[in-house]
Design a protein around this ligand. Sequence first.
Ligand SMILES: [Zn+2]
Length: 301
Amino acid sequence: MNVPRTGRTEKWTEVGQGCFARRYPSFDVTVGVVVGADGLLVVDTRGGPREADELRADLAELSDLPVRWVVDTHWHFDHTFGNQRFADATIYGHETVPGALAEWGEHARAALAGRSPEWERDMADLVLTPPTRTFASVSVIDLGDRVVELVHPGRGHTDGDVAIRVPDADVVFAGDLVEESGPPAYGDDSFPLEWPSTLEVLTGLLTPSSAVVPGHGAVVDQAFVTAQFGDATAVAETIRRLAGEGVPEAEALAAAEWPYPTERLAEAVRRGYRHLRESGAPMTGPEGPGPGRRSLPLLGQ
Ligand SMILES: [Zn+2]
């Protein structure tokens, strides 16, 4: 495929009636659109004003309706740093997103600015633009002729992941709770022990014929999400078992079989051990948390 240097892909893919996805080579982000009678809803705005300008131009291929709603699937730069180009829309996000952008946004801006002169210029233009409409658990948007449900199924990739369900099209935009182009990203703001139960809730939004649009990569289905739930469960249960057996954190990756390459799991282990310590779980001895235990409540995170 001849991908232009700007990072644009060739076309939108209709993943369900009036629901579109477009996979951008830059960070391999997959952006979503839901077309309603009253306007367009856009899922995620890409990694800066330059990329958002490309997105706005690409949206014109789909419809000349205005973008009236944006949903940020979570706070990460590659999903929210284009928000400023959609400031005329109502921007929805989980209630934790404004705080996360305030705390971590400048750090991400500086890191991106160091990538190249082009990124340095773009990050100079960046205006951190948090969601204007936040919610804790669920919300609904009326597009005129159809409704879209926003659900925070729990913590996982971040503490503010949101899935967007379009019931009349059987489409779910899952953000980075589901990734197709690589293993799920366990970062330094992830919740590896809670991710499985969050995916279980997400799975409850799906039917066997649902189209699931991941935050990165190609469109998948219920079976894919169920498989990722199994792998995420294996990661969480392995962390619990090793911590319960008293295996030192530094030795954990080498001490077990993992469903993903261990170089992708360093933060999962670090965060998992930390959350177990904070929850007061016994870290040694046979009475430690064993397989099958549900996530422990996490305090003070
Ligand atoms: Zn992310």
